[in-house]
Design a protein around this ligand. Structure first.
Ligand SMILES: [Zn+2]
Length: 232
């Protein structure tokens, strides 16, 4: 990549990108990253996150080999490379959404560098927690919730809605555990080998149950006998 820009310890590589637009993205990203930096302030030893930024599908596909992606805002953190890849098509103007995606993929980097064998719910949940994808939980209506539970039950994560449902639960679970146990314990949970008994006084199964109860109570879910919400 020809150009590099560094912002708040994060390196952005790109070939061509609208300068004005990038300035706007970086400004919002910088603002949003403060919360993340504060949360991880004692983790000084993680390497700088690297974001490879593309404005066309072709370049993104070439670098990620994700040939199925459409020409729309998307991103991925590649563990093997230790770098993030983000596609911001020329037509995408929503700076808020774009900067959230920057936060999302950069949090994956931090979690990857400081965490050990992080399960998907915690990894994805942490990224969603900081990128606030589902912050307005009220906008998720009852029908969508029931559909999402149905998807979880039938384990169809590969459809768009299935993915959406899983992400929703990942965010909800991380949000819940932060409120219940605090960020200090969550940080330990991320960093150290999982001893849930020691940290939370509960086994993994009991934590699953606790989260399932929270979902059922919060959203008055029907048919809960059939409901199996698992932190996977
Ligand atoms: Zn993610």
């Amino acid at each position: 990549m020809k150009n590099t820009r560094e912002v708040n310890n994060i390196i952005i590589n790109y070939n061509d990108f609208d300068k004005k637009k990038l300035n706007k993205i970086v400004k919002q990203f910088d603002e949003k990253w403060k919360e993340v930096a504060l949360y991880f302030k004692n983790e000084v030893d993680y390497k700088k996150p690297v974001i490879n930024l593309f404005n066309s599908r072709a370049g993104y596909v070439e670098s990620t080999t994700f040939s199925y992606v459409k020409n729309e805002l998307t991103g991925v953190y590649k563990k093997a490379k230790g770098e993030a890849f983000i596609l911001v098509p020329t037509g995408e103007k929503d700076i808020e959404k774009i900067s959230n995606l920057f936060v999302h993929e950069s949090v994956h980097h931090v979690i990857d560098k400081i965490g050990k064998d992080i399960p998907e719910w915690l990894n994805e949940g942490m990224s969603l927690y900081f990128s606030k994808t589902f912050e307005d939980l009220g906008s998720f209506n009852q029908l969508e919730l029931e559909q999402s539970i149905d998807f979880l039950r039938r384990d169809l994560p590969d459809t768009t809605f299935g993915m959406f449902a899983r992400c929703y639960y990942h965010h909800l679970s991380v949000d819940y555990f932060h409120k219940k146990y605090g960020s200090h314990k969550m940080m330990k949970y991320i960093k150290e080998d999982f001893n849930t008994e020691e940290l939370f006084g509960k086994s993994q199964d009991e934590l699953n149950e606790e989260f399932a109860e929270h979902v059922i109570k919060s959203f008055e879910v029907k048919n809960n006998a059939e409901l199996e919400i698992k932190l996977t």
